[in-house]
Write a protein that binds this ligand. Structure first.
Ligand code: PLP
Length: 232
């Protein structure tokens, strides 16, 4: 558990260094501590070290875990949200990173209306065209963005991506650049603000920060290895 505090301190230093390297303020970058598969006790150890923002990728797991922890914590949903979990997920999470289709956004908008909620979301982009991954491809995103923007209950705050798994952190850079450039283009074409870029995980968050990440999603480097597969 002391290790968690030491890991968080090390990551804070690395975030500050990466920000400094490219002339950004570390305050522009938020660390989402990805606690999926890890027990509430480990989350509590991170809380005691000062971390208050956490990420989960399964609604069932989050529903069990969140009530065990202090109510002042903030939670982001970072996984693929299934339609039949939207209603349960809405009150738990302040930001949904993985909204990956127009149909899901429409379902979320409708359910949020019924529940009287105003969810904040990021649109997930599948930049490498990997069949195994969720997310909009860039062209369908362009096609569907106007409709998505018109969904009155949702606030689209930016984009999220998960690059192809690679042992080389540098291999992620081109995807981070591509996400930022896509964001810049969409802001111009649609005259909207998409300030948030959710990109970077344990292996490549420093590079993501150099390329403009505002939210980095880090699990293993804080909590250690997970027993379940990494990308669930
Ligand atoms: C699990 C997960 C992470 C954390 O990955 P680590 O390599 O453990 O840092 C980040 N983002 C998403 C979407 C995840 O599912």
């Amino acid at each position: 558990m002391e290790e968690i505090a030491a890991n968080l301190a090390r990551i804070a230093t690395r975030i500050a260094e990466a920000a400094q390297k490219c002339g950004r303020s570390p305050d522009e970058i938020e660390l989402v501590a990805v606690s999926k598969t890890h027990a509430a006790e480990k989350v509590q150890a991170a809380v005691e070290a000062g971390q208050l923002l956490f990420g989960e990728s399964r609604v069932q797991e989050a529903r069990a875990k969140i009530p065990l922890l202090p109510s002042r914590l903030r939670w982001h949903f970072i996984g693929h949200l299934q339609k039949n979990k939207i209603r349960h997920a809405l009150p738990l999470f302040e930001l949904f990173h993985g909204i990956d289709s127009l149909a899901l956004a429409q379902d979320m908008d409708r359910i949020a209306e019924e529940e009287g909620m105003r969810p904040r979301i990021l649109l997930e982009v599948n930049l490498a065209g990997e069949a195994s991954k969720h997310g909009f491809s860039p062209e369908p995103l362009r096609r569907d963005l106007e409709t998505t923007l018109s969904l009155g209950r949702l606030t689209i705050e930016g984009l999220m991506t998960i690059p192809p798994l690679s042992p080389e952190a540098e291999a992620s850079r081109r995807y981070f650049v591509a996400l930022r450039e896509l964001r810049d283009q969409l802001e111009r074409e649609f005259n909207v603000r998409l300030p948030q870029l959710s990109m970077g995980m344990s292996g490549d968050f420093a590079i993501a920060i150099e390329e403009g990440a505002t939210l980095v999603r880090v699990g293993t480097a804080i909590f250690g290895e997970r027993s379940r597969p990494k990308r669930d």
